[in-house]
Write a protein that binds this ligand. Structure first.
Ligand code: HEM
Length: 441
């Protein structure tokens, strides 16, 4: 009996081992098949992207054509993508395929082709990846909605409105200069990036909410502003100050004189019109470019003959600011356009004189062929920046007042300030340490 039991067990175990073997063989075949299908699928995708996709006729690195990863890695992780576009355009020309479904276009053709009104053709949509889908605010909405919002807001940014806002802006610039004078008197080093942030946020807080963020007063970031710069945008709307300001409904800000009335007339509810502006103010910080613009002007100080003397004429030519923008463009690929030697001679060098008219004594013929029309830091067409005049006015005033009051010098090791910067949704400028001395002449 014991013997037959033993035989039975032996027979069963042999059977089971055989079955295990069969199962693992099946598994191996299954995995092999799945692997082969994945490989085949990817091979088909790669071949399609390289040779049959409608974008395949555009030049660009092969790796970028087959995968989103190189673009995404540089754009979302390293923050170096915007700068890489310069080399990519230099190698592949004005239209380059930078990812399977993406083209980059140089501003020399792109402004007209993408941004301007094109008769009988639909408008190019805003990037949903960047702006989100169905979000509030003027940026992502469709043509009709945009038109209504834009008309409603336009009055708050008119020449008349700008004049009304002048005293507010001057007040905050006065405060900045006062603070700088204190620092200069104490021989303190100043991180000018911070101070420009303080200024622009206080101004926009005042104009939009009737209440500054108090950054200049406290010599520090308001928690909301700090969060924005910390990149915690999702949490910014949870901030107490944000809610309180949002509830104010523009009854207190200088924009109130224009905005709600016209918003109503254009068929936007109070809440909608409020959100339009809140999203703008709390959303992206284009104001940041102010910093980039004025700082190099200070550091590369030369001839002061062209400094503006009044706030008013915001659209007047102002080479200091313009040339800074060549170095610090506000949007993706503007960087490439302004660093492209086929658009601008000696594009890496700060030479504000390039913008001067021929009749000017400092005119330099080297820049005669610069493609000045390609320079559109505020974008172009029906969705260009509505705050452009206000922004220019702020910058003119700040640069003029700083250069008038101080001799400015950078501390050692600040030369790589620009190359240190990373650009994600918001450009991360990092500190720029300068010293101010009361102006000697
Ligand atoms: C130096 C400062 C500024 C720069 C470089 C700048 C740049 C730009 C650019 C490039 C756009 C187009 C965005 C796009 O199409 O995706 C834009 C749109 C806009 N900007 Fe500015 N901006 C600045 C300051 C301001 C200020 C101070 C305000 C308001 C207080 C403002 C309000 C707006 C609004 C509302 C839009 C959307 C316009 C529309 O879609 O019709 N900007 N800006």
């Amino acid at each position: 009996m014991q013997k037959s039991c033993h035989k039975l067990i032996e027979a069963m175990s042999t059977m089971l081992q055989g079955r295990d073997f069969a199962v693992s063989t099946l598994q191996a075949v299954g995995i092999g098949l799945v692997g082969a299908s994945v490989l085949a699928y990817n091979a088909v995708i790669i071949i399609y992207r390289l040779y049959f996709d409608p974008l395949s006729k555009f030049p660009g690195p092969k790796l970028y054509a087959i995968s989103n990863l190189p673009y995404l890695f540089q754009d979302k992780i390293l923050g170096t993508w915007v700068k890489s576009t310069t080399t990519i355009h230099a190698k592949y020309g004005p239209i380059v395929r930078i990812a399977p479904n993406r083209l980059a276009m140089d501003g020399s053709i792109g402004w007209k082709e993408i941004f301007m009104r094109r008769p009988n053709l639909p408008e190019f949509g805003k990037s949903t990846e960047f702006y989100g889908v169905g979000k509030l605010g003027i940026f992502p909405v469709d043509r009709e909605d945009h038109r209504r919002q834009r008309r409603a807001m336009a009055h708050a940014f008119s020449a008349a409105a700008l004049q009304d806002q002048e005293d507010y802006v001057k007040g905050y610039v006065d405060m900045l200069i006062q603070r700088m004078q204190n620092h200069a008197a104490e021989g303190k080093v100043v991180d000018v990036t911070r101070w420009y942030n303080y200024l622009t946020f206080d101004i926009i807080g005042e104009l939009a909410f009737g209440e500054p963020f108090g950054c200049l007063k406290e010599s520090d970031y308001h928690p909301l502003v700090a969060m924005i710069f910390g990149g915690i945008r999702a949490q910014a709307s949870q901030c107490e100050g944000f809610h309180r300001r949002r509830q104010r409904d523009y009854r207190h800000g200088a924009f109130r004189l224009y905005f709600p009335h016209h918003a109503h007339a254009r068929g936007l509810s109070a809440a909608r019109s409020r959100d339009t502006l809140v999203v703008r103010v709390g959303g992206r910080d284009k104001h940041e470019i102010n910093k980039g613009a004025t700082v190099p002007a200070c550091l590369h100080r030369g001839n002061l003959a062209n400094l503006p003397t009044s706030f008013g004429d915001a659209t007047a030519d102002f080479p200091w600011v313009r040339d800074c923008w060549e170095i610090h463009p506000p949007r993706l690929y503007q960087w490439a356009t302004y660093h492209n030697p086929t658009n601008f001679a000696d594009p890496e060098t700060f030479i504000p004189e390039r913008w001067l008219p021929e009749a000017h004594p400092l005119y330099d013929a080297r820049f005669e062929s610069d493609n000045k029309a390609a320079f559109k830091p505020f974008s172009a067409g029906p969705r260009d920046c509505i705050g452009k005049n206000l922004a220019y006015a702020e910058m003119r005033l700040v640069v003029a007042r700083l250069l008038w009051n101080f001799d400015i010098s950078a501390l050692p090791r600040q030369d790589n300030w620009e190359s240190r910067q990373r650009i994600f949704i918001v450009s991360d400028k990092g500190p720029l340490m300068i010293k101010l001395a009361p102006r000697s002449i």
